[in-house]
Design a protein around this ligand. Structure first.
Ligand code: PRX
Length: 630
């Protein structure tokens, strides 16, 4: 492991020289004067004094060399359309959208909320926002009105961009009514709503004065060019909300220069993908993987990015491999859940298309099990690369880095630390380093490398408290993941240390789901845990104590009540948070000091030993859980 080891060590021992070299991968209008300012730990500022623009690096700078190359190819199996945009087309689209945003009063530092389906206009909107120095907050289209309202109030966007509807599995999913509902709930509503009307929802209502039709605005701003706003490297490019232990999602704030450099470096070093090659990431723009690897990284790299709107098995389970064949995809990025969905289909689909252009399939977001990994690697004949990271990091923390060296892989392991990440595995209580194969909390020594979150939006104190206060002995970043490291240096991720669960690769907080359930009038108390699931990795399972027990007196009443509670979650949070089951109990397992024994509940759901119960207040509560899941 010579080349990897050298590269990695250089990144830590000669940090400034290393990142100065990597920073040359992007264009700066003004060079930085300091590589890293860590004078106010744990806050890090990268490439201090440097001025650049994310959109310039993703679009403008390619015009000289690849204006006629496709930048973005959008394929929708939902509405059966394909649209391709060259770098020149993308430049024109983004400029027009930037002109629209400016005309609506959006300027440097203002927020733009993007609540959209997987359509090219979402990409134009994001790039246009950063072009003018504004800050985007993309909210996943699967979140419901109350979740959207909370994000509106935290970011206080001037403008909200949405569409009439999205489509999933052929079913139209209106977004505009949810937008209206969320604005009615919000204390700081946006002044304007821009609507991309796809003609999917014929009943869409608009509010004159506030709502603006995107096509009409396009006609008004046709051909307009908006110069890039040069911003200092640490100027925020976006906010992306993610779940944690509390019910209130955290606004992960990203800088500009550090993020651009981190993504630019990751394409050759980790993803081994060249400019001009085609990159296909199957995530959604509402998640961090979509931000980084559908949009910014491939575009900064001068690659062609594929944006796919649809399910992996519709019209059939060959759709992704057909895309690989037709567009000569060299690198793919997906999730273990998606592959498990495909694994349920006829394996012949893997052989039906010519996928010889494909070199790698990167998988991230949740643990990758060996059968799934084996199945897809053998079936396709491509290298599967498990990589581990978080919304907070923005790019892989642990991964094989085949652009540097083709190191041997171990199944079940996302290999080693990426350059720039100084990992520590600490004992949960003592903070001491754990030995080989011993379980510890995975931590990263500060300063976090370029590209990682700068802070929590408008809440520096919460940033320090949440991420840097787990251990008394030193101020390190904790990932909240358990991990081990074997004697060869390979890491293995063992799940979260906190109350975050991972459903089909989507990160959710059990508190968030509990709060959504509590919106139902008959709920006195509720506990939600994540339970292992063969397809989705984990599913939420709820145990509820009701106020009026007569409503759950018979199995029929219980079934009806369960449905009602699920519908409440759909409405409050979105269907992605809907519990797989709601069990009714009369008390919840708690310690004598009133803390929920989540790990014991989870263990019982997974038919494991509930562990140490010496502090339990009333053992009968656990018996109820056991009986409910039996
Ligand atoms: O628990 C880890 C799990 O997903 C969490 C981060 O989720 P999110 O913020 O949505 O970012 C996903 C970016 C890929 C982590 O704390 N996780 C992510 N990748 C892996 C993983 N667990 C096991 N193996 C992975 N490769």
């Amino acid at each position: 492991m010579g080349a990897y080891q050298d590269f990695y060590e250089q990144s830590l021992s000669h940090r400034d020289a290393f990142w100065t070299r990597e920073a040359a991968r992007i264009d700066w209008v003004k060079p930085f004067r300091q590589v890293c300012d860590f004078s106010n730990p744990p806050f890090a500022k990268w490439f201090v004094g440097g001025e650049t623009n994310l959109c310039y690096n993703a679009v403008d700078r390619h015009l000289a060399t690849r204006a006629e190359q496709n930048a973005l190819t959008w394929i929708s199996s939902e509405v059966e359309l394909t649209r391709a945009f060259t770098y020149r087309d993308l430049f024109n689209e983004v400029n027009r959208f930037a002109a629209i945003l400016k005309s609506l009063g959006v300027g440097k530092g203002d927020r733009v909320l993007i609540y959209m389906p997987m359509i090219p206009e979402a990409v134009f909107a994001m790039l246009a926002t950063v072009r003018i120095g504004a800050i985007h907050s993309v909210v996943f289209g699967g979140f419901a009105a109350a979740s959207l309202a909370a994000r509106i109030d935290d970011a206080e966007p001037k403008v909200l961009i949405t569409a009439d509807a999205g489509s999933r599995g052929g079913k139209i999913i209106p977004l505009k009514p949810l937008t209206d509902e969320s604005i009615a709930l919000a204390k700081h509503p946006p002044k304007h709503v821009v609507i991309v009307n796809r003609g999917l929802d014929r009943d869409m209502k608009t509010l004159p004065g506030r709502d603006m039709d995107y096509l009409a605005l396009c006609r008004r701003h046709e051909g307009e060019i908006v110069p890039c706003e040069w911003v200092e490297s640490s100027h925020p490019s976006y906010i992306l909300y993610t779940s944690g232990t509390t019910g209130k999602p955290k606004g992960v704030q990203r800088d500009t220069g550090g993020y651009a450099v981190a993504l630019a470096a990751s394409m050759p070093n980790i993803f081994d993908t060249k400019p001009g090659e085609t990159y296909f990431c199957t995530s959604d723009i509402g998640w961090v993987v979509g931000h980084s690897y559908i949009i910014y990284a491939p575009l900064i790299n001068g690659s062609t990015t594929i944006m796919y709107d649809g399910l992996p098995i519709r019209p059939d389970a060959g759709i992704w491999w057909k895309i690989v064949q037709d567009y000569k995809v060299s690198t793919m990025f997906s999730s273990p859940t998606a592959i498990r969905v495909l694994k349920k289909q006829d394996p012949a689909w893997l052989k039906k298309f010519d996928v010889s252009s494909l070199r790698y399939l990167f998988l991230a977001g949740e643990p990758l099990d060996q059968p799934t990994s084996d199945w897809i690697e053998k079936g396709l004949g491509v290298k599967v690369i498990d990589n581990y990271w978080q919304t907070e990091s923005g790019w892989p923390i642990l991964s094989a880095q085949p652009g540097i060296e083709a190191t041997p892989r171990k199944l079940g392991s996302p290999s080693f630390a990426s350059y720039g990440y100084k990992m520590k595995l600490k004992h949960e209580e003592t903070g001491k380093p754990v030995g080989a194969n011993e379980k510890g909390v995975l931590c990263i020594e500060a300063p976090l490398p370029p590209g990682c979150m700068s802070t929590i939006w408008r809440d520096d104190a919460r940033f320090v408290k949440t991420y840097f206060s787990s251990f008394k002995d030193e101020q390190v970043y904790t990932t909240f993941d358990w991990a081990t490291r074997d004697s060869d240096g390979y890491y293995f991720i063992m799940g979260r240390t906190d109350d975050v669960i991972n459903v089909a690769g989507h990160r959710l907080g059990t508190r968030e789901i509990e709060e959504a359930i509590q919106a139902h009038a008959n709920i006195a108390e509720v506990a939600v845990v994540g339970v292992a699931d063969a397809l989705k990795g984990q599913v939420p399972m709820a145990f509820a104590v009701v106020k009026d027990a007569s409503k759950v007196a018979t199995p029929e009443l219980q079934a009806a009540h369960e449905k009602e509670i699920m519908a409440t979650v759909d409405k409050e949070l979105g269907a992605i948070g809907r519990p797989a089951r709601v069990h009714f109990v009369t008390l919840l397992p708690k310690t004598r000091s009133g803390k929920l024994l989540r790990r014991s509940i989870q263990a019982l759901c997974e038919k494991r030993d509930p562990g140490d119960l010496t502090t339990i207040e009333d053992p009968a509560a656990l018996e109820q859980v056991r009986a409910a899941v039996a």
